[in-house]
Design a protein around this ligand. Sequence first.
Ligand code: FE2
Length: 282
Amino acid sequence: MGIVGNLRPDQLEFFNSRGYLVVESFASTEQIGALRKRIHHLLDKFDCSTASIFSTKNQQQLTDDYFYESAENISFFFEEKAFGDDGNLKQSKELSINKVGHALHEFDPVFKEFSSSGKFSSTLFSLGYKRPVVIQSMYIFKQPGIGGEVVPHQDNSFIYTEPASCVGLWLALEDATVTNGCLWAIPGSQKKGLVRRFIRGEEGVSFDKLSPCYDQKEFVPIEVKAGSLVVLHGDLIHQSFENQSPKSRHAYSLHVVETDGCKWAKENWIRRKVEPEPLYES
Ligand code: FE2
């Protein structure tokens, strides 16, 4: 007997028309606490000397091998504004990290167990996935005062299959509001298809086209309570602003692709030496 999908018809209809969906109370307070405790433990063990700065604005930095290797590792990326002019951190290590990625779901037992849960697979089967595979995971901190912006993009640009199949599962671990840098999206923008791709070539990574200019008035905020899951269509235009507030905005996100009938693009930045392990069985 296969897993029955957990999304209601009205939720699927909302997702299909708007390109995103909020599932409230997806994770319990205990589950959130366990993930936050675990990331704190991983941060505690992290040696700052292996640091790399991640910025979606400065693609040159993405050519760093540290970034490529993070596809199969638990790697730590600093906020761009974490450092002072002297090159030293302006605040504690715990308040300086932008994100941890991109394979927590595979190599950390706590994140792996949570990411393997039937709730995720049920959501994916509801959306029509047959053999979904998590291709990347990120713990995002959106640190108080310095949490960097994420410019408008589509996840299919970075995680491409033929045909396109990426879906984002973004779990709020703290309340996300317009004040602390919640997600914003253009409802229905997924219907216009993929605008551009992020290609890894001989010379590093780059986009194959310039970004269109988006009208900020078209974006709507997706404010959610801690424990809510935001499901994001791979072609949905979304972004988040810098967190200038004194409150962090932690989130855990998974990006999933279909492996049944969809082919992984070799130009993607993620190049696995070992095939990702399927976490869900239908
Ligand atoms: Fe995204």
